[in-house]
Structures are given as C-alpha cells and as structure tokens.
Design a protein around this ligand. Sequence first.
Ligand code: M6R
Length: 609
Amino acid sequence: MSGVVGYIGDKNPVEVLVAGLYRIKGHDSAGVAVVNDEGVTAVKSLGKLENLEAKLAAQPVTGHLGIGHARWATHGVPNETNAHPHFDALNEIAVVHNGIIENYQELRTSLQQEGVAFRSQTDSETLAHLIRKYYQGNLFKAVQQALRCAKGAWALGVVSRHNPDVLIVARQGSPVVVGVGDNEAFMGSDVSAIIKYTRDVVYLDHGQICEVRRDGIKVEDLDGNPVQHEVVHVDWDDSAAEKDGFPHFMLKEIHQQPEVIRNTLRGRISDDASDVNLSDINISEADIKACPRITIVACGTSWHAGMVGKYLIERFAEIPVELDLASEYRYRDPIVEKNAIVIPVSQSGETADTMEAVRLAKSQGARILAVVNTVGSSVARESNGVIYLQAGPEVSIASTKAYTTQVTAFALLTIWLARIRGTMTKDQAKDMIAELRTLPDKMQLVLNNQEPIKALAGKQKYRDAQSAFFLGRDYNYPSALEGSLKLKEVSYIHAEAYPAGELKHGPIALVTNEMPVICVAPKGNIYDKMVSNIQSIKARAGLVISIATEGDTAIQAYSDDVLYIPECYEPFSPILVALPLQLFAYYVAVNRGCDVDQPRNLAKSVIVE
Ligand code: M6R
C-alpha cells in the first residue's frame, strides 16, 4: 500500500523520511521533498527504496522539514513523474497523498480550464494545484479549503516553501498518525513508520486536519471547528508496529477488509447510487453487447472469486460464463468465439499460468478484461482493460483481502454488464448497490466479535483434526472452496470442499465423529437444501460447524457449533462468509504453532509453472 511520512525538527529530514519509508510494505516508486532556503527540493526514483537512497547519496538535500511517499500505483503507471511528492505549478507547495480522489477528473478539468498544466496522470497532483488555488499565505487554511472540494480518501502531507515551520497533515479514510517528540514532530501512515523516533502519537480521525509544528499541534475539522486531540503512548515493539499491532500480516490484512472494500467501491458508483461506473476500463458498451460468452481464468483463491463472479454474471447479466483454472485453460485448446471476453483474475498480476492463459486468449482474438490488484503488473499490462481491486499490497501468502475485493469487483462488474445488456432495471441496480455499501460495516461487526471464532479454533477436536470438509451450495460453494484452501495452507490440516449436494455421491463415506465439517449455510434460497445436507452429516455423527445468519437459532439443533454472520443479501454473502472462514483457519494455525505468514512450500507469487 502507498504510505506517507513527514518530519519537522533538527534531525536530517532525509534520514527520518527514508527510515519511515522502509517500513511501508510494497511500493513501485518513492520520493521525498525537503523545504530549505532554496525552496522545496524533491528527489524521486522508480523501483526499490535503495534507488532513492542512492540518488539522495549522490545529491544530498538538507533542511528541517520534509515529506516522503512510497507509491503503490492506483492512477497512472509507476514512473518518476507519477511518483510523489507532487507540486503546484510554481514548485512551491508539495504534497504526498495516500488514497483516492474520486472526483479528480472533474477537478482536473476545471483546473485545466483555469490554465493549470498537469505533469502526471495521478489523482493526487490535483490536490497540489487546488491548494495553490486557495493559498493566500496560510497553508492550513488553503489545505482545508481545497479538501472541502475533494471527494474520496486521503492521508495527506503538505509543505510549502513560504511556511518552513509547518507541516500540514489531513485524514479522510486512509489512516495517518502524527508523532510528537521533543521539539520535533513526525507523520506516518502508521505507527511503524515513526516508532524508531517516538512512541507518543495522535491518531487523526476521518475529516480532520492538523497543523504540525515542532512545539505542538492543532487539529480542526474541514469546516474549521477545533477538535480536541489525545496523545497516546504506544508500547508495541518494532515488529508489532510493522503489522499495526497485529501478530501476523494475515490477521492485519483480514482486519483491513472493511476499509479496502470501501476502496474497491470508491469512485465506481454513480452519484445517485443507481449505476456502476466502469467507463475507464477500455471495454465499450458495443463490446459488451456483442459478447457471446465470458471466460474467467485464474488460479487458487482468485479462481474461487472467479466462481462467485460466474454465478453473479450468469444470473444477473444473463451472459454464459465459463470458468477455468488458468493452468488447464492454457493447454486444453479452448474454443474462443468471435467477440468473446476473457477475464483473468489475479492478486499479483504475475501468476505464470494466468499470464499464459491471457496470451493464448489474446492470440485467438478475445478482448481481455483483467481483475487485478497490482497496477502495472504483467497481466494488467497485457490486458485491454483492467478493474483494479484497490486492496493495497497483500503481504501474507494466504490471500484474504484480495479475495473479498475480487468478489466485490465482480459484483460491480455484474451490475455494469446487466445494465448494459438490459437485464437489470435501474431500481434493481440501486438496491444491489445499497446492499454492497452495507458490507464494510457488516464485516466490521464480524471482526469486532471474533472471540467465538477464536474459542472454537482452540477446541481440541478442531485444532487437532486430521482432516476437514467444507460444504456450501450455489454462491457459497466457492466459499467452501476458499475456506478449505485457507485452512490447508496455513494449518496444514488436510481439507476438502464439496458442493453440499455432492456429498452423498461418495465423500460422505469419510464422515466420522472425528471429522469437522464446516457448513456454509446463510439464509437464502438454498438454505433448506443446506439444512437437509447438514442433517445427513449429523446422522453419521459428523462434527458440524455451521456458518449461519444471525438469529437462526434453529440451525443449532443440527450443529455442534455455530458461527454467525450479520443478515445480508444472499448473492453477496460470500464476502461476509469469508471472514469467519479466514479467522477460523488463522486461529487454528496459530494454535498449532504454524508459521502463518510464511507457510511451508508456498510463494506469494507463483511466477513459474
Ligand atoms: O496472484 P494470484 O491471485 O494470481 O495468485 C493465485 C494463487 O497463487 C493464490 O491465490 C494462492 O492460491 C494463495 N496462496 C491462496 O491463499
């Protein structure tokens, strides 16, 4: 994920900024800007931070105030021009920004009409020009006024050559903290970026803006109302700080899901919330209308998300969808019809099998619409259009937030396709969008109430199981597949997933009183069928854990244990169901003493066959 850092004080700002940037995981470019007698001097570089360090060693910069940024591209390819800091036209105001400015096109066009020339393709540069527009000597007021015009998310740091004693920090959505020291102060996207220097921090809240000086800070909201702030002393050690206080990246990333789902939705929903806007994906309405079939290709977790996508698209957009494992597709001489669209799904965008499937489909004339997390990755570059997940980098090998954002991206794509194909009314789209928007808060409820999941994972009968089954039907068959993959990869328990209706055709022979069977059974069309499947397992003494909708007490009669999710719209239930499944796998693995973030034999990106 992109990250911001800042410093004001007597230390060499470059040293403080670079040390902070090293704590930000995953980036494609980086840069710093330092205020000194000559103005605001910026140094940027593409690639690893070592490249930036080498440049800074060759052209040392000094001063007492600076900001820095490690970029993980969202708008515009990774290059030095798109790297932060970004400047106003006079190169006097510099900004670093983490987040997404949703209305940047609108703002950009109106600034261009006023004569502003843009240098980069980023949404963030808009903020530098907007602040300049309102600047009349008071940087704090100018930033406040500029942000009142912006929509979206930001963790923002701003400096100006004419205000060498002040660093402006603002937050909406994307997290940012201010660190307080002795005659010095710091800014970081999280505590890990500044913990080397201070443990006294102020967590800014949504919609707040902070004027940071060496000897104190002032916080207001965007309308200029003063806000009381609290200095919190954190006593995390260094490695806990890197994970935001979580013991593992997997748990941190599980907890990031409400925020990243909001990011996936951000900017893709019309103002009246009745339509999805994917106009930037370079696939035209004519392409969609002419398409006889969609093929989704992916591996692992991304393939599971693709299966939810298939169910959604077929049901609501009424386009036939084929789903293939990329490793099979590339060798099985698939038939690519005229005007076909192929959708590769990938977190990394570098998976070798998925990449080769894309090349094959392209060579046969398909249009490629990728669902990818990593901007500028191979799959993204070779596709005609891309829906970026906006999940930020995933460090844990076990994929969590990439999965739920992939399913969310498919939900958006489905609504968009269905509206173009005329299979969904505006009112239906509105209802579905409203349901999608409720998901982050519902996910937060699950995360706030994870004690029962933790307790379950600690029970000896589950923790020490040799083997487990995961069952689901319809939208939640892929949930079962994903739950099973999570458990096996982090806890090394043998696990298999079945569509629940298939159990009686053989696998039920394996059910014993030592076999946990995790049954995904939220309320919905298929609920009664699921319950009869569960009863048949119970009749064979299987150990049933049901994942059910809050308020469903009836299911307790057939289950040894029940984990609840909030009530939700059935087609989007896989997004919620993923959380207890991920947490269960995580806590079982922790209880078994497994190396959760680095499971044996696995790599984060499978770039070889
Ligand atoms: O980067 P990709 O999404 O293309 O990766 C695909 C799989 O390798 C990946 O999802 C893998 O299955 C994960 N370890 C699952 O947690």
